[in-house]
Design a protein around this ligand. Structure first.
Ligand code: F6P
Length: 344
Protein backbone atom coordinates (compact mmCIF):
# COMPACT_ATOMS: atom_id res chain seq x y z
CA UNK A 1 0.00 0.00 0.00
CA UNK A 2 0.99 3.60 -0.38
CA UNK A 3 0.73 5.07 3.11
CA UNK A 4 0.56 8.75 4.11
CA UNK A 5 2.02 10.03 7.40
CA UNK A 6 1.38 13.39 9.07
CA UNK A 7 2.18 14.97 12.43
CA UNK A 8 -0.36 17.41 13.92
CA UNK A 9 -0.78 19.63 16.99
CA UNK A 10 2.06 20.68 19.28
CA UNK A 11 5.34 18.98 18.50
CA UNK A 12 6.71 16.40 20.89
CA UNK A 13 10.02 14.57 21.36
CA UNK A 14 9.70 11.17 19.64
CA UNK A 15 7.69 12.17 16.55
CA UNK A 16 10.65 11.44 14.28
CA UNK A 17 11.20 8.09 15.98
CA UNK A 18 7.61 7.12 15.09
CA UNK A 19 8.06 8.22 11.45
CA UNK A 20 11.28 6.22 11.18
CA UNK A 21 9.70 3.12 12.70
CA UNK A 22 6.60 3.25 10.47
CA UNK A 23 8.73 3.61 7.34
CA UNK A 24 11.40 1.06 8.23
CA UNK A 25 8.92 -1.66 9.19
CA UNK A 26 6.59 -0.72 6.33
CA UNK A 27 9.32 -1.01 3.68
CA UNK A 28 10.06 -4.53 4.95
CA UNK A 29 6.36 -5.33 4.49
CA UNK A 30 6.25 -3.93 0.94
CA UNK A 31 4.58 -0.53 1.59
CA UNK A 32 5.69 2.86 0.27
CA UNK A 33 5.32 6.23 2.03
CA UNK A 34 4.40 9.88 1.52
CA UNK A 35 4.88 12.49 4.24
CA UNK A 36 2.27 15.25 4.32
CA UNK A 37 3.68 18.57 5.53
CA UNK A 38 2.43 20.61 8.48
CA UNK A 39 -0.33 18.38 9.81
CA UNK A 40 -3.83 18.64 8.37
CA UNK A 41 -2.80 21.85 6.54
CA UNK A 42 -0.64 19.80 4.17
CA UNK A 43 -3.29 17.11 3.96
CA UNK A 44 -5.73 19.77 2.71
CA UNK A 45 -3.53 21.63 0.25
CA UNK A 46 -1.29 18.75 -0.85
CA UNK A 47 1.77 21.00 -1.14
CA UNK A 48 5.21 19.97 0.11
CA UNK A 49 4.34 16.26 0.25
CA UNK A 50 7.59 14.27 0.33
CA UNK A 51 8.48 10.68 -0.39
CA UNK A 52 9.66 8.93 2.76
CA UNK A 53 12.11 6.09 2.40
CA UNK A 54 15.01 4.48 4.23
CA UNK A 55 17.41 7.31 3.33
CA UNK A 56 15.10 10.19 4.27
CA UNK A 57 14.25 8.62 7.64
CA UNK A 58 17.83 7.74 8.62
CA UNK A 59 19.52 9.60 11.46
CA UNK A 60 16.29 11.02 12.91
CA UNK A 61 15.64 8.63 15.83
CA UNK A 62 17.15 10.96 18.41
CA UNK A 63 16.04 14.24 16.84
CA UNK A 64 13.33 16.31 18.54
CA UNK A 65 10.61 18.13 16.58
CA UNK A 66 9.20 16.62 13.41
CA UNK A 67 10.78 16.39 9.96
CA UNK A 68 7.27 16.78 8.51
CA UNK A 69 6.36 20.02 10.28
CA UNK A 70 3.13 20.43 12.22
CA UNK A 71 0.19 22.80 12.67
CA UNK A 72 -3.01 23.15 14.65
CA UNK A 73 -5.15 23.17 11.49
CA UNK A 74 -8.65 21.72 11.63
CA UNK A 75 -10.04 20.70 8.21
CA UNK A 76 -13.55 20.71 9.65
CA UNK A 77 -13.20 24.47 10.21
CA UNK A 78 -12.57 25.11 6.48
CA UNK A 79 -15.22 24.96 3.77
CA UNK A 80 -14.88 21.60 2.04
CA UNK A 81 -11.86 20.78 4.22
CA UNK A 82 -12.59 17.05 4.45
CA UNK A 83 -13.10 16.85 0.67
CA UNK A 84 -9.79 18.61 0.14
CA UNK A 85 -8.08 16.03 2.35
CA UNK A 86 -9.68 13.25 0.31
CA UNK A 87 -8.59 14.93 -2.94
CA UNK A 88 -4.97 15.12 -1.71
CA UNK A 89 -5.01 11.46 -0.72
CA UNK A 90 -6.30 10.57 -4.17
CA UNK A 91 -3.76 12.77 -5.99
CA UNK A 92 -0.93 11.25 -3.95
CA UNK A 93 -2.27 7.72 -4.40
CA UNK A 94 -2.47 7.35 -0.61
CA UNK A 95 -4.46 4.26 0.41
CA UNK A 96 -4.04 4.53 4.19
CA UNK A 97 -3.11 7.40 6.50
CA UNK A 98 -1.20 7.42 9.79
CA UNK A 99 -1.84 10.69 11.68
CA UNK A 100 0.40 11.14 14.71
CA UNK A 101 -1.17 13.55 17.18
CA UNK A 102 -3.16 14.32 20.27
CA UNK A 103 -6.89 14.64 20.92
CA UNK A 104 -7.38 17.30 18.22
CA UNK A 105 -5.41 15.66 15.39
CA UNK A 106 -6.86 12.25 16.19
CA UNK A 107 -10.34 13.78 16.57
CA UNK A 108 -10.06 14.88 12.93
CA UNK A 109 -8.85 11.37 12.00
CA UNK A 110 -11.85 9.85 13.78
CA UNK A 111 -14.31 12.06 11.85
CA UNK A 112 -12.56 11.37 8.55
CA UNK A 113 -12.92 7.66 9.24
CA UNK A 114 -16.50 7.78 10.51
CA UNK A 115 -17.92 10.32 8.07
CA UNK A 116 -15.74 9.83 4.97
CA UNK A 117 -14.33 6.32 5.30
CA UNK A 118 -10.74 7.60 5.11
CA UNK A 119 -8.68 4.60 6.31
CA UNK A 120 -6.70 5.87 9.30
CA UNK A 121 -4.57 4.39 12.08
CA UNK A 122 -3.67 6.95 14.76
CA UNK A 123 -0.57 7.21 16.92
CA UNK A 124 -1.07 8.99 20.28
CA UNK A 125 1.25 11.91 20.95
CA UNK A 126 1.30 14.58 23.63
CA UNK A 127 3.71 15.66 26.30
CA UNK A 128 0.63 16.23 28.49
CA UNK A 129 -0.07 12.44 28.66
CA UNK A 130 -3.82 13.14 28.73
CA UNK A 131 -5.04 10.83 25.97
CA UNK A 132 -7.45 8.09 26.95
CA UNK A 133 -6.89 4.34 26.46
CA UNK A 134 -3.10 4.57 26.57
CA UNK A 135 -1.14 4.44 29.82
CA UNK A 136 1.50 6.76 28.38
CA UNK A 137 2.06 8.91 25.30
CA UNK A 138 5.60 9.34 24.02
CA UNK A 139 7.12 12.74 24.80
CA UNK A 140 5.69 12.80 28.31
CA UNK A 141 8.66 11.16 29.94
CA UNK A 142 11.05 13.57 28.19
CA UNK A 143 9.02 16.57 29.36
CA UNK A 144 9.01 15.22 32.94
CA UNK A 145 12.79 14.78 32.83
CA UNK A 146 13.32 18.33 31.55
CA UNK A 147 11.02 19.73 34.25
CA UNK A 148 12.71 17.63 36.95
CA UNK A 149 16.17 18.81 35.90
CA UNK A 150 14.89 22.40 36.09
CA UNK A 151 13.39 21.86 39.57
CA UNK A 152 16.69 20.37 40.77
CA UNK A 153 18.51 23.48 39.60
CA UNK A 154 15.90 25.80 41.12
CA UNK A 155 16.26 23.97 44.44
CA UNK A 156 19.85 25.06 44.94
CA UNK A 157 19.21 28.70 44.10
CA UNK A 158 15.98 28.71 46.19
CA UNK A 159 17.96 27.39 49.16
CA UNK A 160 20.77 29.92 48.74
CA UNK A 161 18.37 32.89 48.66
CA UNK A 162 15.66 31.62 51.05
CA UNK A 163 13.07 32.03 48.32
CA UNK A 164 9.84 30.46 47.15
CA UNK A 165 10.30 29.24 43.59
CA UNK A 166 7.16 28.87 41.50
CA UNK A 167 7.72 26.57 38.50
CA UNK A 168 5.07 26.64 35.78
CA UNK A 169 4.90 23.54 33.60
CA UNK A 170 2.64 22.52 30.71
CA UNK A 171 -0.59 20.61 31.18
CA UNK A 172 -3.75 22.06 29.71
CA UNK A 173 -6.38 19.66 31.06
CA UNK A 174 -4.31 17.33 33.18
CA UNK A 175 -1.57 17.69 35.77
CA UNK A 176 0.56 14.69 34.80
CA UNK A 177 3.75 16.65 34.09
CA UNK A 178 3.26 18.74 37.25
CA UNK A 179 2.75 15.74 39.54
CA UNK A 180 5.48 13.56 38.06
CA UNK A 181 8.08 16.34 38.00
CA UNK A 182 6.90 17.63 41.38
CA UNK A 183 7.28 14.20 42.95
CA UNK A 184 10.64 13.60 41.28
CA UNK A 185 11.89 17.08 42.20
CA UNK A 186 10.61 17.11 45.79
CA UNK A 187 8.08 19.94 45.34
CA UNK A 188 6.37 21.36 48.43
CA UNK A 189 3.10 22.05 46.59
CA UNK A 190 1.77 20.93 43.20
CA UNK A 191 -1.23 22.69 41.64
CA UNK A 192 -3.08 20.86 38.87
CA UNK A 193 -6.20 21.39 36.72
CA UNK A 194 -7.99 18.46 38.37
CA UNK A 195 -7.86 20.02 41.86
CA UNK A 196 -8.98 23.67 42.06
CA UNK A 197 -6.73 25.46 44.52
CA UNK A 198 -7.14 28.21 47.10
CA UNK A 199 -4.11 30.46 47.16
CA UNK A 200 -4.51 31.17 50.89
CA UNK A 201 -4.34 27.43 51.61
CA UNK A 202 -1.17 27.19 49.54
CA UNK A 203 0.28 30.12 51.51
CA UNK A 204 -0.73 28.51 54.82
CA UNK A 205 1.12 25.36 53.97
CA UNK A 206 4.21 27.38 52.96
CA UNK A 207 4.00 29.34 56.25
CA UNK A 208 3.83 26.08 58.23
CA UNK A 209 6.84 24.76 56.34
CA UNK A 210 8.86 27.90 57.01
CA UNK A 211 7.77 27.98 60.68
CA UNK A 212 9.17 24.46 61.04
CA UNK A 213 12.58 25.74 60.06
CA UNK A 214 12.71 25.40 56.27
CA UNK A 215 13.81 28.57 54.54
CA UNK A 216 12.76 27.92 50.95
CA UNK A 217 9.98 26.19 49.01
CA UNK A 218 9.23 24.87 45.54
CA UNK A 219 5.71 25.23 44.12
CA UNK A 220 4.97 23.45 40.81
CA UNK A 221 1.91 24.70 38.93
CA UNK A 222 0.41 23.32 35.73
CA UNK A 223 -0.50 26.03 33.20
CA UNK A 224 -4.11 24.78 33.30
CA UNK A 225 -4.46 24.87 37.11
CA UNK A 226 -7.76 26.39 38.20
CA UNK A 227 -8.58 28.53 41.23
CA UNK A 228 -11.40 27.31 43.44
CA UNK A 229 -14.64 28.88 42.23
CA UNK A 230 -13.24 29.92 38.83
CA UNK A 231 -14.79 28.76 35.54
CA UNK A 232 -11.49 27.65 34.10
CA UNK A 233 -7.78 28.42 33.93
CA UNK A 234 -6.67 32.01 33.43
CA UNK A 235 -5.90 32.21 29.70
CA UNK A 236 -3.07 34.33 28.37
CA UNK A 237 -3.28 36.74 25.44
CA UNK A 238 -4.45 35.75 21.97
CA UNK A 239 -7.39 34.16 20.21
CA UNK A 240 -8.46 30.55 20.54
CA UNK A 241 -7.03 28.08 18.00
CA UNK A 242 -9.07 26.12 15.41
CA UNK A 243 -9.89 23.50 18.04
CA UNK A 244 -11.23 26.10 20.47
CA UNK A 245 -8.24 26.12 22.85
CA UNK A 246 -7.16 29.39 24.45
CA UNK A 247 -3.45 30.00 24.78
CA UNK A 248 -2.53 29.32 28.40
CA UNK A 249 0.51 30.35 30.37
CA UNK A 250 1.23 32.91 33.03
CA UNK A 251 -0.56 31.60 36.12
CA UNK A 252 2.89 31.23 37.71
CA UNK A 253 3.48 34.98 37.43
CA UNK A 254 0.29 35.74 39.38
CA UNK A 255 1.20 33.14 42.00
CA UNK A 256 4.68 34.56 42.44
CA UNK A 257 3.18 37.97 43.30
CA UNK A 258 0.35 36.64 45.46
CA UNK A 259 2.58 34.33 47.49
CA UNK A 260 5.10 37.11 48.14
CA UNK A 261 2.38 39.62 49.10
CA UNK A 262 0.49 37.23 51.39
CA UNK A 263 3.43 35.50 53.11
CA UNK A 264 6.23 38.04 52.87
CA UNK A 265 8.51 35.28 51.49
CA UNK A 266 10.54 36.52 48.56
CA UNK A 267 9.32 34.62 45.49
CA UNK A 268 10.38 34.06 41.88
CA UNK A 269 8.70 32.37 38.94
CA UNK A 270 10.17 30.22 36.17
CA UNK A 271 7.94 29.33 33.22
CA UNK A 272 9.41 26.30 31.48
CA UNK A 273 7.12 26.61 28.45
CA UNK A 274 8.25 25.10 25.17
CA UNK A 275 11.61 24.03 26.57
CA UNK A 276 9.61 21.01 27.76
CA UNK A 277 8.76 20.06 24.18
CA UNK A 278 12.15 20.66 22.60
CA UNK A 279 15.22 18.56 21.96
CA UNK A 280 16.18 14.96 22.25
CA UNK A 281 13.67 12.34 23.43
CA UNK A 282 14.68 10.17 26.39
CA UNK A 283 15.50 6.51 25.73
CA UNK A 284 12.08 5.52 27.12
CA UNK A 285 10.28 7.80 24.67
CA UNK A 286 12.38 6.61 21.73
CA UNK A 287 11.48 3.01 22.54
CA UNK A 288 7.78 3.78 23.06
CA UNK A 289 7.64 5.83 19.83
CA UNK A 290 9.36 3.01 17.94
CA UNK A 291 6.94 0.41 19.31
CA UNK A 292 3.97 2.65 18.40
CA UNK A 293 5.33 3.17 14.86
CA UNK A 294 5.83 -0.54 14.19
CA UNK A 295 2.39 -1.35 15.66
CA UNK A 296 0.75 1.37 13.54
CA UNK A 297 2.06 0.03 10.23
CA UNK A 298 1.15 -3.50 11.36
CA UNK A 299 -2.42 -2.25 11.95
CA UNK A 300 -2.43 -0.80 8.42
CA UNK A 301 -1.25 -4.15 7.04
CA UNK A 302 -4.07 -5.88 8.97
CA UNK A 303 -6.66 -3.39 7.69
CA UNK A 304 -7.47 -2.33 11.29
CA UNK A 305 -8.65 1.18 10.40
CA UNK A 306 -10.41 3.65 12.69
CA UNK A 307 -8.03 2.60 15.45
CA UNK A 308 -5.21 4.03 17.53
CA UNK A 309 -2.23 2.15 18.90
CA UNK A 310 -1.96 2.30 22.68
CA UNK A 311 0.27 1.22 25.55
CA UNK A 312 -1.69 -0.84 28.07
CA UNK A 313 0.45 -2.10 30.94
CA UNK A 314 3.48 -3.31 29.00
CA UNK A 315 1.74 -4.34 25.75
CA UNK A 316 0.98 -2.32 22.63
CA UNK A 317 -2.65 -2.79 21.58
CA UNK A 318 -5.13 -1.41 19.06
CA UNK A 319 -8.13 0.53 20.42
CA UNK A 320 -10.98 2.17 18.51
CA UNK A 321 -10.56 5.94 18.02
CA UNK A 322 -14.06 6.40 19.39
CA UNK A 323 -13.11 4.73 22.66
CA UNK A 324 -9.71 6.43 22.88
CA UNK A 325 -11.13 9.92 22.44
CA UNK A 326 -14.25 9.58 24.58
CA UNK A 327 -12.68 11.12 27.70
CA UNK A 328 -9.32 12.75 28.39
CA UNK A 329 -7.13 10.80 30.80
CA UNK A 330 -7.01 12.90 33.95
CA UNK A 331 -4.72 12.41 36.93
CA UNK A 332 -5.12 9.29 38.98
CA UNK A 333 -6.26 10.66 42.40
CA UNK A 334 -4.12 8.04 44.17
CA UNK A 335 -1.02 9.42 42.47
CA UNK A 336 -1.84 12.94 43.65
CA UNK A 337 -2.39 11.67 47.18
CA UNK A 338 1.04 10.07 47.14
CA UNK A 339 2.57 13.37 45.97
CA UNK A 340 0.68 15.19 48.76
CA UNK A 341 2.43 13.13 51.46
CA UNK A 342 5.50 15.29 50.79
CA UNK A 343 3.81 18.73 50.60
CA UNK A 344 4.43 21.49 53.11
O1 F6P B 1 0.33 19.81 23.34
C1 F6P B 1 -0.25 20.32 24.47
C2 F6P B 1 0.50 21.50 24.95
O2 F6P B 1 1.78 21.09 25.28
C3 F6P B 1 -0.24 22.16 26.09
O3 F6P B 1 0.19 21.77 27.36
C4 F6P B 1 0.01 23.61 25.82
O4 F6P B 1 -1.07 24.38 26.33
C5 F6P B 1 0.08 23.68 24.36
O5 F6P B 1 0.62 22.47 23.94
C6 F6P B 1 0.87 24.86 23.86
O6 F6P B 1 1.09 24.72 22.50
P1 F6P B 1 1.52 25.84 21.47
O7 F6P B 1 1.96 27.04 22.25
O8 F6P B 1 2.62 25.23 20.69
O9 F6P B 1 0.33 26.09 20.62
Amino acid sequence: MRVGILTGGGDCPGLNAVIRAVVRKGIQDGHSFVGLANGWAGAMDGTHAVALDHASTSGILHRGGTILGTSRTNPFKSDGGADRVKATLEEQGIEALIPIGGEDTLGVAKRLWEEHRVPVVGVPKTIDNDLGSTDFTFGFQTAVQIATDAIDRLHTTAESHNRVMVVEVMGRHAGWIAVYSGMAGGADAVLVPERPFDVEEVCDSLRRRHESGRTFSIVVVAEGAVRAGADGPSAGEGAVDQFGHARLGGIGVDLEHEIEERTGFESRVTILGHVQRGGTPTAYDRVLATRFGVAAIDAVSDGSFGTMVALQATAIRQVGLEEALREPKLLDPALYETAEVFFG
